[in-house]
Design a protein around this ligand. Structure first.
Ligand code: GRF
Length: 204
């Protein structure tokens, strides 16, 4: 008997190409995960259109509708909980998840970041890597803790920086690699291949 697919909720703020890659993968019965809901902090996020086009339920929880960050964080957690997720994937979600959100989904939230952490955390990982002059950067999929891109690393892939790269060209090449990595990690985590020992994470 095929075990039921893990229920995945994806958080997006941007175009949603990582989400689109997950949606392309989840159709395969042996992938082991199914995207059941997509949430955003921004009603204009392209990722919401990607979800709607795939027939996946969406919701928007806007920070400006709440008195403070903690209230928004609780409301986001409530909206995610509606989908009873096994796994929450932050894929280009440009907000920090707070303590109440993380305690609700402890150990089940993963994020993708367009740099080789712990180098260049934060909102401008590609720009910062380029400005620093590194010759190799890449992407990281990690478990989310309360810090900014500080959680235990699940997987990373390297991308070379070319002499004529600007932020856009480098980010596009990173995103190609990042999408494949995220799909691989989400599938393996969903299929139960994740072992966490402090900061050391093993996949399969
Ligand atoms: C990704 O590179 C993600 O790591 C970063 O923003 C990008 C989102 O791309 N934080 P998309 O919205 O999935 O196309």
């Amino acid at each position: 008997m095929v075990p039921p697919a893990a229920r995945v909720v994806v958080l997006v703020s941007g175009a949603g190409s990582n989400l689109a890659a997950l949606l392309a993968a989840h159709a395969a019965p042996d992938f082991g995960a199914r995207v059941v809901g997509v949430l955003s902090d921004d009603p204009g996020a392209g990722g919401l259109d990607v979800a709607r086009a795939a027939g996946v339920a969406t919701a928007v929880v806007r920070p400006s509708d709440f008195a403070d960050r903690a209230a928004w964080d609780r409301a986001l957690a409530d909206a995610v909980a509606v989908f009873s997720p096994t796994l929450v994937v932050s894929a280009g979600f440009m907000r920090i998840l707070g303590a109440s959100f993380l305690s609700r989904f402890a150990g089940r939230v993963i994020n993708t970041h367009p740099a080789l952490l712990p180098a260049f955390p934060g909102a401008h990982g590609v720009r910062d890597a380029l400005a620093y002059g590194v010759r190799v950067t890449g992407c990281t999929v990690h478990l989310v803790d309360e810090g900014v891109d500080t959680g235990p690393i699940i997987a990373q892939r390297a991308v070379e920086v070319l002499d004529d790269d600007d932020e856009t060209s480098l980010h596009e090449r990173i995103k190609t690699v990042e999408r494949a990595l995220l799909v691989d990690v989400v599938g393996r985590v969903a299929r139960g291949d994740l072992a966490v020992d402090g900061r050391r994470v093993r996949l399969g």
